[in-house]
Design a protein around this ligand. Structure first.
Ligand code: BES
Ligand code: MN
Length: 450
């Protein structure tokens, strides 16, 4: 029986946000584990049956309503893990001590993804409490490794394919085009990660005694990274664009009505002007075109003052955002080949390929796509804008490949939510809107002939 969970939605979100469930850092494994238990207990408290499944990494939680024959089944996916908090000094308040200011919750995970997945859980809870029933069968799949590329979820889907059989997947883990603007996202970029390490001399050297005669690993990493783009922002890796599906004119035209333009980009990021692949608008550059990014780079002395040293090693962490029909493994192979070709002699280049997920694209005009758009309009009013997301949710294509179903992406966070950055935030209003959205969505999806 659903408990009459008397706690306000906001208080439940604040509780959820107090877990430092940073999936990439083993020091946070206990917090992550406790967070998983909290999610399972929350699913139970709203009237679902929940199980915590251990994996070689962080646990996966499955929650389900009592299945009823003849009903469609909607799988709602989300994640309870979050990105690291650094640079911690730029937060106005500690990242795992949520604060509410002017109706906005600030904490790591507020937007990505705790506020959004909790809205769906509470939406189902509200329906069970008020109506005693749901219009569809619901399965929640909430994982703890999305932010590290979902390494254990694909095998989990394969193993539990039968229990997870469903008609479609719904996810709120993307952005609205603007505050209050119903937004349906019909594609995501893929991602492929790589770490490059350059080792030079056996130890850090005196740069006066040896500099000039020994290759400098930091210079080498900088030079390698600099080969990735030409001065028009095109990626220079041979074959990088071979599988890219060119943007079609209808899509480029449709995207002109999306609010992200050059001025908005400057406002959101604080840069004095945009930089990107020539010939494409910011919306195209960030959602429809592939990119190469340096996420971290380092080597040598970084303390106060100066130290005349020639460092023994240097490194860079890279990710590539991919669009249909680029394949992560193929791209990482091309990049490796590119770096090996450009690496000077006298250093050792080590390339470690990391997590990855393919791009995703579906038909926004499909019956379920249109039902999702109606639910968004009932929730927010106005006409739904359709976009593609620039970020990645690595498991989404696997829902298609393994479960044979499409994914509806109904984002609830705002363009200035600062996901992955200091002062991540989520409006309380959107938590409530998400609860209403879930109810409208399940109603609309139930009416679609499966
Ligand atoms: N919620 C994001 C993905 C997203 C953001 C999709 C905005 C569409 C619009 C997700 O949690 C995320 O950040 N994913 C990571 C995955 C990666 C670490 C494997 C990403 O995109 O960097
Ligand atoms: Mn994220």
């Amino acid at each position: 029986m659903p408990s009459s969970d008397s706690q306000k939605p906001l208080d439940q979100l604040l509780e959820f946000l107090r877990f430092a469930s940073i999936s990439t850092n083993p020091a946070n494994n206990d917090d992550t584990r406790r967070c998983a238990d909290w999610v399972a207990a929350k699913l139970e408290s709203v009237g679902l049956k929940a199980e915590v499944h251990p994996t070689p990494g962080h646990p996966v939680i499955v929650g389900r309503s009592a299945p009823q024959a003849g009903r469609r089944t909607v799988l709602i996916y989300g994640h309870y893990d979050v990105q690291p908090v650094d640079p911690i000094e730029l937060w106005d308040a500690p990242p795992f001590e949520p604060v509410v200011k002017d109706g906005v919750v600030f904490a790591r995970g507020a937007a990505d993804n705790k506020g959004q997945i909790l809205a769906h859980i509470l939406g189902v809870g509200e329906a069970l409490r008020e109506d005693g029933d749901l219009p569809v069968n619901v399965i929640f799949l909430v994982e703890g490794e999305e932010e590290i590329g979902s390494p254990n979820l694909t095998p989990f889907l394969e193993k539990h394919r039968d229990e997870l059989r469903c008609d479609l997947v719904a996810i709120s883990d993307s952005e609205m085009a603007d505050k209050g603007v119903p937004t349906f996202t019909y594609g995501l970029r893929g991602v492929a990660a790589m770490e490059v390490r350059v080792d030079g001399p056996a130890m850090d050297l005196h740069s006066g005694l040896f500099g000039g005669a020994v290759a400098n690993p930091a210079t080498t990493v900088a030079r390698l990274v600099a080969t990735l783009h030409d001065d028009k922002g095109h990626v220079q890796v041979e074959g990088f664009y071979d599988a890219v599906r060119p943007l079609e004119q209808w899509e480029r035209d449709a995207w002109k009505s999306l609010p992200l333009n050059e001025a908005k980009l400057r406002e959101l990021t604080g840069v004095s002007e945009g930089w990107g692949e020539a010939g494409y608008s910011p919306i195209e550059q960030t959602t429809g075109r592939p990119t190469a990014e340096v996420n971290g780079i380092g080597g040598g002395y970084q303390g106060p003052g100066s130290k005349t040293v020639l460092p023994a090693h240097a490194m860079a962490k890279l990710t590539f955002r991919l669009v249909p029909d680029q394949q992560p493994d193929a791209i990482l192979d091309l990049v490796e080949k590119h770096f090996r070709k450009h690496c000077p002699p006298g250093v050792k280049l080590t390339i470690e390929k990391g997590h990855s997920g393919p791009p995703y694209l579906m038909d926004a005009q499909s019956p379920d796509g249109l039902a999702a758009q109606r639910a968004l309009e009932q929730t927010f009013g106005g006409k739904t804008l359709c976009n593609r997301g620039g970020g990645s949710i690595p498991i989404v294509q696997a829902f298609k490949d393994i479960l044979g179903v499409e994914t509806m992406l109904l984002g609830l966070c705002l363009p200035d939510c600062r996901a992955h950055s200091p002062n991540e935030n989520f409006p309380v209003e959107n938590l409530h809107a998400g609860i209403r959205l879930n109810r409208a969505l399940l109603r609309e999806l139930a009416a679609v002939k499966g």
